[in-house]
Design a protein around this ligand. Structure first.
Ligand code: TRP
Length: 340
C-alpha cells in the first residue's frame, strides 16, 4: 500500500454550505460542479454548516433544522456519491466548536471586521450594533472546519476566498506557536466563472433576491423561469442585431451548453440580427431541463427513503468526528494542553 509521506500533502477536500435554503444553479456553478468532479481524486468531506447558519438565524432555528436534510438531498441529487464523499453535520461534531475556541485567540476583532465576506454580509443584513458576536467570529469556526480535516483544497465560490485567506493566517500562527507543522495550509478551488447572475439580470443569483432557479425546481418551474429571463432590452424585433453582454440567456448557455460550437454560431446569428429571443430561450430551456431532470429523479429516489439519508449523515458524522478529534488532540498537545 502506498503511504503518504510526511511532506507530501494528502489530497483532502473539506467544503460545505449553510443550510438556510435550497441550493440553486449559482451554487452548482460556483462549487457543486467541482465537488462532483473532484470527489474521485480527493478524499472529500462535505459539511452541512448548521451551527454556522445559526449565527444569523437564532430567531428561527427551525428553518435551519428543516433545511439540513434538504441540503443533504441537494448534494445527493447533484451527484455527490456517498461512497466517495463523506457528508456530515457540523453541530454534531463538538470538536469543531472546541477548535474554534482556541482559534478565536489567533484572530483579532479588527481582522475579523476587515474580512471582506463578513463585512459584506453584515452590510446586507443591516446588523449595525446588533451584530451577533458569533456572526463576526464565524471565520474562526470555518477555519476549524477546514483545518480539522487537514484539507488541502476547498471548492467554493469566489465570495469564500477571504475565508480561506483567514484560515491560512490561523494555520501559520498556530504552527509558529507550536514550532512545527501541526496544521496544513489550504487553497480555494474557484471555477473560472464562479458567479451566475439571477434570472432578472442582477449580478448574483440568490434566494433572497428571488431570482434563483433551484436545483430541485420542477420542469414547469424551469419553463417559467426561462420565460422570465432577462435578455437584451434593446432587441425589440427579430431582425434587429442583439447584444450578448449582460444577456442572461447567453450567460447561462455559456455555463451549461454542452455544444459550445453550436452556441458560438447562435451568438453570431443573434448579433447579426434575424434571431429571436424565443429561439435562444428554447435552446436554454432544453439545456436546463437536461441538467436538472436527472437531479430531480435522483432527489425523488433519495426523498423516498429519508431514514436512509439520515443514516448516511449519521455514519458520515461519526467518521468526521474521528478525524476532527485526532486533529483537536494534536492542536491541544501543541499548545501544551495535555496533562494526563
Ligand atoms: N461559509 C460557507 C457558506 O457560506 C459554509 C461553510 C462552513 C464552509 N464551513 C465551511 C465552506 C468550510 C467551506 C469550508 O455557505
Amino acid at each position: 500500500m502506498h503511504q503518504n509521506t510526511t511532506n507530501q500533502a494528502a489530497k483532502i477536500i473539506l467544503t460545505g454550505d449553510r443550510p438556510t435554503g435550497p441550493l440553486h444553479l449559482g451554487h452548482y456553478v460556483g462549487s457543486l460542479r467541482n465537488r462532483v468532479r473532484y470527489q474521485r481524486d480527493y478524499r472529500q468531506f462535505i459539511i452541512i454548516a448548521d451551527a454556522q447558519a445559526l449565527t444569523d438565524n437564532m430567531n428561527d432555528p427551525d428553518k435551519v433544522r428543516r433545511n439540513m436534510i434538504e441540503v443533504a438531498l441537494d448534494y445527493l441529487a447533484v451527484g455527490i456519491d456517498p461512497t466517495l464523499s463523506t457528508i456530515f453535520i457540523q453541530s454534531q461534531v463538538p470538536e469543531l466548536a472546541e477548535l474554534s475556541f482556541y482559534y478565536l485567540n489567533l484572530v483579532t476583532v479588527a481582522r475579523l471586521e476587515r474580512n471582506p465576506t463578513v463585512k459584506e454580509e453584515i452590510r446586507q443584513r443591516g446588523f449595525e450594533r446588533d451584530l451577533p458576536a458569533g456572526f463576526l467570529t464565524y471565520p474562526a469556526s470555518q477555519a476549524a472546519d477546514i483545518t480539522a480535516f487537514k484539507a488541502s483544497l476547498v471548492p467554493v465560490g469566489a465570495d469564500q476566498v477571504p475565508m480561506i485567506e483567514q484560515t491560512n493566517e490561523i494555520v501559520r500562527r498556530l504552527n509558529f506557536i507550536a514550532g512545527r507543522e501541526v496544521l496544513v495550509e489550504t487553497a480555494a478551488l474557484v471555477p473560472e466563472v464562479s458567479r451566475l447572475p439571477g434570472i432578472d439580470g442582477k449580478a448574483k443569483m440568490s434566494k433572497s433576491l428571488n431570482n434563483a432557479i433551484n436545483l430541485s425546481a420542477t420542469a414547469d418551474e424551469v419553463t417559467a423561469a426561462v420565460k422570465k429571463i432577462y435578455t437584451d432590452p434593446l432587441h425589440l424585433r427579430v431582425e434587429d442585431p442583439g447584444h450578448i453582454e449582460g444577456n442572461v440567456a447567453f450567460t447561462y448557455l455559456d455555463a451549461f451548453d454542452r455544444d459550445q460550437t453550436g452556441l458560438q454560431e447562435m451568438k453570431a446569428h443573434y448579433q447579426r440580427g434575424g434571431l429571436g429571443d424565443s429561439v435562444v430561450k428554447k435552446r436554454l430551456e432544453a439545456c436546463l431541463q437536461d441538467l436538472l431532470t436527472p437531479m430531480r429523479t435522483r432527489r425523488e429516489e433519495f426523498s423516498k427513503d429519508r431514514a436512509y439519508v439520515m443514516e448516511l449523515l449519521k455514519q458520515g458524522t461519526q467518521k468526521a468526528r474521528e478525524v476532527a478529534a485526532r486533529t483537536t488532540d494534536e492542536v491541544k498537545a501543541a499548545l501544551g494542553l495535555s496533562y494526563f
